[in-house]
Design a protein around this ligand. Structure first.
Ligand SMILES: [Cu+2]
Length: 278
C-alpha cells in the first residue's frame, strides 16, 4: 500500500496560539475528539465513537506515522478489509467498497496533527501505510484497527470555521489565500477524479524539495525537514479541515498516492510544491 514519509527535528513554535484565536476556537468548537496515539508499530484509539463532525488528533509517540481513516462499505466487514490489505500491492487502487475519508498525516515526534471530518455511522479502518525505515508499510507490522461509528445522540457540531481553502486536483494543490505565520484551519476539498493527500513539512534551512526527494528514496539519515501533518488520502468529493501551525520558512507539500493509471506517486505527476511562508 501507500508509501509515505519521515521525520526528525523538533522545533518549538515561537508564535503563541493567542495570536490566531480564530483557528484555535475553530478546533475547540468541534466537541467530538478522537485521540489516536501512534508508536513503532501500533495505533491506540477508541473502538467506538459517535457520528458527526469529529476532530482526529494524531499524537506521535515515536516514529513517523499517519492515521488513514477509511470507511468500509455496506455488506463488507473489517475482516474483508484485512484480507484485501494483505493481497494488495503498494500501487494497487483500493477496492470500490472502501472510501478514503482522510485522517491526519504524520506530525513530528512529540507533536499532534489535527484533522476534522464529518463521519457517518458505519464500520471504518484506521491504519498507517508509511513505510519508514525499511519500505515495509506499517499496516503489515500491525498498525491497523477497527473503528465503529455509531449514530450520535447529541446534536451535531457545525463544520469548523476555516480561514484558508485548499483544492486537491489532478494534479496539484490550489491554496487561497496564501499561508502566513500562525495557526490556520485549512478547508480541503478533493475536486479531482482520484484520491489525493497532502503531507506538509517545514524544510530545514538551506534544504529544498529536491533534497527531500533524495532522502525519501532511501530514508537514510534524518529527514531534511520537520513533519507537520496534513491530510491523509481522501476520495473525490471528500472534505477535511486541517489545523496547521506555521512559522516563517520554506515548506513542501507532497502527495504520495499512487496514480490510477501508472501507479507512480502523484508527486511525480506534479503534486509536489515548495513554497515560502513570509
Ligand atoms: Cu506507521
Amino acid at each position: 500500500m501507500r508509501p509515505l514519509i519521515a521525520v526528525t527535528t523538533l522545533l518549538l513554535f515561537a508564535c503563541s496560539r493567542a495570536e490566531t484565536p480564530a483557528a484555535d476556537s475553530a478546533v475547540a468548537a468541534v466537541p467530538n475528539v478522537v485521540t489516536i496515539t501512534a508508536s513503532d508499530f501500533a495505533l491506540a484509539a477508541p473502538d467506538t465513537i459517535p457520528s458527526g463532525m469529529t476532530a482526529f488528533h494524531l499524537v506521535a509517540a515515536s516514529g513517523v506515522h499517519h492515521a488513514m481513516v477509511v470507511k468500509i462499505g455496506e455488506g463488507k466487514t473489517y475482516a474483508d478489509f484485512i484480507a484485501a490489505s494483505q493481497t494488495m500491492k503498494p500501487t494497487d487502487p483500493f477496492p470500490s467498497w472502501l472510501t478514503e475519508i482522510g485522517g491526519p498525516n504524520p506530525p513530528a515526534v512529540g507533536d499532534t496533527a489535527i484533522v476534522m471530518h464529518d463521519v457517518a455511522p458505519g464500520t471504518y479502518a484506521l491504519f498507517c501505510v508509511v513505510d519508514i525505515p525499511d519500505k515495509v508499510p506499517h499496516i503489515a507490522k500491525g498498525m491497523v484497527r477497527e473503528l465503529t461509528v455509531v449514530p450520535a445522540t447529541a446534536a451535531a457540531a457545525p463544520a469548523p470555521t476555516s480561514d484558508v481553502s485548499m483544492t486537491l486536483m489532478d494534479y496539484g494543490f490550489e491554496i487561497a489565500p496564501a499561508l502566513t505565520p500562525g495557526e490556520h484551519v485549512i478547508k480541503v476539498t478533493n475536486t479531482a477524479q482520484q484520491s489525493h493527500e497532502f503531507f506538509i513539512a517545514r524544510l530545514d534551512s538551506g534544504k529544498t524539495i529536491a533534497d527531500f526527494g533524495k532522502w525519501a528514496a532511501t530514508y537514510s539519515g534524518p529527514m531534511p525537514g520537520k513533519a507537520l501533518g496534513g491530510l491523509a488520502p481522501m476520495a473525490p468529493g471528500g472534505t477535511g479541515y486541517v489545523r496547521v501551525q506555521l512559522t516563517p520558512g520554506n515548506y513542501l507539500l507532497l502527495c504520495f498516492v499512487p496514480d490510477a493509471k501508472d501507479g507512480k506517486p502523484h508527486l511525480e505527476h506534479g503534486m509536489a510544491k515548495e513554497f515560502t511562508v513570509q
